[in-house]
Design a protein around this ligand. Structure first.
Ligand code: ADP
Ligand code: MG
Length: 415
């Protein structure tokens, strides 16, 4: 079925064809009809399969049909997302798809002045995309009324219903009308969170797609055994081996992000970091420049692992293994978007082998191994441009490295 055959407003079809979308993706095919019917939907589909448009298209249509012209009578659809960057991205999808409709969308998030946001809300907003913090500030000041919300979307639903956010979401429910349509979208979900999601809605939820393999088909992903101290040489090698490619590097902590950046600087590789200690303005600037391809190497923490859709990221590097299999799926899912192909490699040190096993167990299958011969391993170390020994000191200062070293020491003492 083609988009032209859908019963959706012509203006939306115009935007879809301008975007070059020919036919719906699987999740769009399955989720759009029930959403149009007004059903609650829990949709699980792999990363990069077009979940945003799967909810934005029917929502725009529903609101376009119902909109009473010229009356700013409150937010009708609320989309919740975990990070500023993701909220902005979803807003831009609504704006693009809704360009030829009367539906307005707006994004609110913290880290910026709130008055312009209040002014905009007063003018009237149909679809509001928000991160929880700023949204609650505005609700408590009476600047944001949610009584008119007909549709609630939780994007990255399992994350939004997880420990860090669940209290916010429960509070939010108190401000929303009981009678509403609720949509959950994510690439990952576990049973506990699924039950929690069910408990938030009254009508039955339809689960649309539940892939056997949570990692998207077009991502080739593998693990290489690289010791903690050697990781930076392997990263340097990989970057030099793929000149001009966009590479997204995930590390465990903000401190490590900065350390890896300076380690790369020492060998004349330009990279930037994105994490929660950075100013909102800086974060947006960095993202823009990575999106455009001016910045080639971006070092990120897990804040950037969810939902972010950047074209042409050819490589994802897990410099440190992620904490869980969900994090793994989302991190590697930043490559191989839509019909593109992508590659991901994880550096696993001896200390991380246990974690790797846990991730593989939860994924339900082993991750392919990259076998590095002793010779190649040594060669990679000696290829480095960095001939000084200072980097060792740098890494030792790192809080993570510190911990691991302590453990190692203990172990060797026991021996
Ligand atoms: P997800 O939320 O599932 O991770 P996104 O909604 O971010 O995925 O979409 C991933 C990419 O796929 C985006 O760049 C989007 O423009 C593109 N896309 C979405 N729907 C289609 C479609 N029907 N045909 C082609 N590309 C699409
Ligand atoms: Mg998404």
């Amino acid at each position: 079925m083609k988009f032209e055959e859908y019963r959706i407003a012509d203006g939306i079809k115009t935007s879809i064809s301008k975007l070059g979308f020919k036919k719906p993706t699987d999740i769009q095919y399955k989720a759009i009809p029930p959403i149009l019917k007004g059903e609650d939907v829990l949709a699980i589909a792999q990363t990069g399969t077009g979940k945003t448009a799967a909810f934005a298209i029917p929502i725009l249509h529903i609101l376009q049909e119902r909109k009473i012209k010229g009356r700013p009578d409150g937010v009708k659809c609320l989309v919740m997302a975990p990070t500023h960057e993701l909220a902005l991205q979803i807003d831009s999808v609504f704006k693009t798809l809704g360009k030829h409709t009367r539906i307005s969308s707006f994004c609110i998030h913290g880290g910026v002045d709130q008055q312009p946001q209040i002014d905009q809300l007063n003018k009237g907003v149909d679809v509001l995309i928000a991160t929880p913090g700023r949204m609650f500030d505005l609700v408590s000041q009476g600047a944001l009324l949610l009584k008119r919300v007909e549709i609630l979307v939780l994007d990255e639903a399992d994350h939004m219903l997880d420990l860090g956010f669940i209290k916010d979401i429960n509070d939010l429910m108190r401000h929303l009308p009981k009678k509403r349509q609720t949509l959950f979208f994510s690439a990952t979900i576990n049973d506990k969170i699924k039950n929690l999601a069910y408990s938030l809605v009254t009508s039955a939820i339809r689960i649309q797609i539940s892939p056997e393999d949570p990692v998207a088909r077009n991502i080739e992903h593998a693990v290489a055994f690289v010791e903690m101290d050697d990781k930076r040489f392997f990263l340097e090698y990989l970057i030099n081996d793929h000149p001009d490619k966009k590479i997204l590097v995930f590390v465990r902590t903000k401190v490590r992000a900065e350390r890896v950046k300076s380690a790369l600087e020492r060998v004349s590789i330009v990279a930037d970091t994105i994490h929660s200690d950075k100013l909102q303005e800086e974060r947006e600037r960095t993202m823009r420049s990575f999106r455009k391809g001016e910045l080639k190497i971006l070092i990120a923490t897990d804040v950037s692992a969810r939902g972010i859709d950047i074209p042409n990221v050819e490589y994802v590097v897990n410099y440190d293994l992620p904490e869980t299999s969900e994090h793994y799926v989302h991190r590697v899912g930043r490559t191989g978007r839509a019909s593109q192909k992508g590659q991901a490699v994880s550096f696993c040190s001896t200390e991380e082998k246990e974690l790797l096993e846990e991730i593989e167990n939860n994924l339900g299958k082993p991750i392919q191994r990259i076998v590095i011969s002793k010779n190649d391993y040594q060669n990679t170390l000696s290829f480095t441009e960095d001939k000084s020994e200072d980097w060792k000191k740098l890494l030792i200062e790192d809080e993570e490295g510190e911990k691991i070293r302590k453990k190692k020491k203990k172990r060797s003492k026991r021996k």
